[in-house]
Design a protein around this ligand. Sequence first.
Ligand code: FE2
Ligand code: FE2
Length: 490
Amino acid sequence: MQNITSTLKKLFYLWKRSQVPIKQPIKISKVDNLIIFLICILISIISSYKLLLISPLNISNIFSWLLTFTEAYVSSWILILVSKKENPTISSRQIILIVTLLLAVQALKLVLASNISPLSLIIPPALIISQGMGSITALVWVSIASISWPEPEVAVNSNLFFILLVCASVVSLLGGRIRNRAQLLQLSIFVPIGSFLSQWILIGKDKIFLVDKQEFVFANGDLFSDSLLLAIVLLFTILFIPIFESIFGLLTKARLLELADKEKPLIRRLSLEAPGTFEHTLLICGLAEEATRMIGGDIDLIKTGALYHDVGKLHAPNWFIENQDGTNNPHDEIDDPIRSAEVLQAHVDEGLKYARKNRLPKQIANFIPEHQGTLKMGYFFHKAKEKKIKINENDFRYNGPVPQSKETAILMLADGCEAALRAMNIMASDQEALETISKIIYSRQKDGQLNDSNLSRGEIFLIKRAFLNVWKRIRHRRIQYPTSKNNTFS
Ligand SMILES: [Fe+2]
Ligand SMILES: [Fe+2]
């Protein structure tokens, strides 16, 4: 009997799972795939062709060429796979940027390796990648760029290789976390100073120890001028990062914080034309931020995404309950549940239009459809049923897709809990609040809305706790403080 029940449960789960759109893989057009493939082939050719120029050419040379070629080709694809894993929403333009930077560095090594320190060649691109694509992608990029040298005669001294790896790793790790341009400037000054001191200590002034086989790194043997060059290249890279952001759609922490500025025209419009939605947005920001912090997600991403998730309501603010003053409700006036459902769906479609018009990055625009997922517009669905209108349940569901990341899933849950927590009695106990939160989250789970979000059970537990903490704060704020007789505050 127990077996039958569990089989039925499994079948029910599979049926439910089939009712929501499956996780969309990143769409890369055939042309982009071809471009990426050609760049990877070019990287492999540049990294290995010198081995074929060795004379006399023998079988072992051809074999080592083949090995180097394959190694470079496989490494490029590993880099692409890692970047896709770290950034599930990565675009083909961004993949092209990563491999093009690798191609450029391999080509520059051929031309400049004997004149310029490898630090100046490898660290600046690592900064761009860590800022736009994250630390892990940058670390993999650094490993490939540091190990693969197209010139067979050149082998970097192990001390210099060590310094290169440490400096590039520091830039990769910090670059992914830096939250403003001032910190970037500090990085571009302190890394060259650090590299100068470490080279001074580990290698010393004697340039002979910098290379193993030929004079390779410092043509003039001047550690200071090379560190200065690194600082200058890094400063120029920082200047060009905003250009990379707009051309390749990179979403750096600094850009996220700029977008989260409440003085941005779209957010200002929201606060003036749809004040109720703006208030709802601010409360959701608090809920989502706390939950994301609990599970170790991207706080800056969710804060900015939450700010823009309902901008589509600007197309008809008074059709949404939070902006109504309780006197007239347009939904009651039209008395047409199907039309009402269309207006609700329009807040997603119009939101996406606003996102395009305001050039919001894709990762932020994703919050607009995914916070609603394929949720049922229950109120209007039941109204239609009451009126005995012939309906299809799908007409009363948002178009989706369901949340594709942990952050958009948290926003969906925060969106669901916000109104309930706001409406909750001030005297309600923690247990009652937790039960309400759990009920809302469970209904989303049961409906298959969290299936593609990768949220684990443990993380959902933490999210519930985080929402409860925010509720406690709201309750604390709403409790009136006792005042003294002469009404003074201290
Ligand atoms: Fe919404
Ligand atoms: Fe919302």
